[in-house]
Design a binder for this molecule. Structure first.
Ligand SMILES: *Cc1c(COP(=O)(O)O)cnc(C)c1O
Length: 405
């Protein structure tokens, strides 16, 4: 957008529509340009290595940078209140680029013991096989983090609310702790979104989002982003983003840009619907326990109110005999899709079996970790990503699917 307005004074919805975008200088098109070109004609003295690349260079090759992708990065940085953003082909490629950037053999990292499954799995085996030590701790327990810190600790990696437990971590508290030992704090804020929480303002060094979820918001494009400070991300872009090559497709960037136009409006409705459905589920005789940061019954409700301006749209709940119930729901739900993923306009539900997850993704080392899991998840839990349909229709769909014995 034009430099007439200072971006940081604008509201979130205005930024979502205008930040990073400006009318095309040749056609004067009002919508963002979709530049589907892998390469760009350049001058004869253009360098061939990213080493000498600087911010003001023209476009060379789409893995290095692309005008459509750049518009998205500017918009995301404005929404998160970050100096800069580097986008990726998926949330996981953002996360792996961050780990490769920050950690080398001999280093140590503290990672949430419950986090996105693929992150949990690579930090169980692949990353330790490179000589990087990992401690998995319940990051809602500050003493557990303190006990895990070592002189080689370079990174604290948290997810809040975490997938799938919706357990929270106090970002400001953990940021202080990380910095007191010279480590960086990275926060996967996919569930919270920039509407709810701004981890950089609370002291984090890096924020990660899977753009596949709420930011894109429509279930049609994978993407990921790392946000933070220029001093860190300029070298990350060269070292691990461009060279490892998990670059975002301009077409996906364009779809995600379009999705973000309605992002704060969507988040309001996700939260409004989720509050209604969480209350409905809490009163349902078949439901043993409902976990949602916006419910007074959430064990960290006070922290949720302090750290989240919007409680987002994901609810987890336990029922008696979850495996049997999951088969019924998969068969009977007609509006809500029985599917993985979350944050889409469409409601999605999926059953996560504790036995499977504890074997494949989360390998706890202490009884306390298992106890916390059992309280939140029991034998397993449904993760419901509440969409933008009418709440009454979603409740009616759950009612007819849950009611029949
Ligand atoms: C989905 C998700 C990811 C991974 O994102 P992809 O785009 O699927 O690679 C990472 N973290 C969280 C919290 C997620 O929900």
């Amino acid at each position: 957008m034009g430099t007439k307005f200072l971006l940081h004074h604008l509201g979130e919805q205005t930024k979502s529509i205008h930040a990073g975008e400006s009318p095309d200088p040749t056609t004067h098109a009002s919508s963002p340009n979709l530049v589907m070109s892998t390469t760009f004609t350049v001058g004869a003295d253009t360098g061939f290595s990213v080493e000498g690349m600087d911010e003001n260079d023209t476009w060379v090759y789409t893995r290095w940078g692309n005008p459509t992708v750049h518009q998205l990065e500017e918009k995301l940085a404005a929404l998160e209140g970050a100096e800069t953003a580097v986008t990726f082909a998926s949330g996981m490629s953002a996360i792996t680029a961050l780990l490769f950037h920050l950690l080398k053999s001999g280093d140590h990292a503290v990672v949430s013991d419950v986090a996105y499954a693929a992150l949990s799995e690579i930090t169980n085996e692949m990353i330790p096989e490179l000589g990087i030590k990992i401690s998995k701790v319940d990051t809602s327990d500050i003493d557990a983090i303190k006990n895990a810190l070592q002189s080689e600790t370079k990174l604290l990696y948290i997810e809040t609310p975490c997938n799938p437990l919706l357990r929270l971590t106090d970002i400001a508290e953990v940021a202080n702790l990380a910095h007191s030992v010279g480590a960086k704090l990275a926060v996967d804020s996919t569930f919270a979104t920039p509407v709810a929480t701004k981890p950089l303002e609370l002291g984090a060094d890096f924020v990660v989002h899977s753009l596949t979820k709420y930011l894109g918001g429509h279930g049609d494009a994978l993407g990921g982003v790392i946000l933070g400070y220029k001093k860190d991300l300029t070298s990350l872009r060269k070292k691990t983003a461009i060279r490892l090559g998990g670059s975002l497709s301009p077409f996906n960037a364009w779809l995600i840009l379009r999705g973000i136009a309605t992002f704060p409006i969507r988040m309001r409705v996700h939260e409004e619907n989720a509050l209604k459905i969480a209350a409905y589920l809490e009163s349902h005789p078949k439901v043993k326990r409902v976990i949602y940061p916006g419910l007074a019954s959430h064990p960290q409700y006070e922290l949720a109110k302090r750290q989240m301006k919007n409680f987002s749209g994901i609810i987890t709940f336990q029922v008696e005999n979850g495996i049997l119930e999951s088969r019924r729901l998969a068969d009977r739900l007609s509006i809500i899709h029985y599917a993985v993923s979350l944050g889409h306009h469409r409601s999605l539900i999926f059953y996560l079996n504790s036995k499977d997850l504890l074997q494949t993704s989360f390998k706890f080392s202490t009884d306390k970790q298992l106890e916390s899991w059992n309280t939140f998840a029991g034998e397993g839990l449904f993760r419901l990503s509440v969409g933008l349909e009418d709440a009454d229709d979603l409740i009616a769909d759950l009612e007819q699917a849950l009611a029949i014995f």
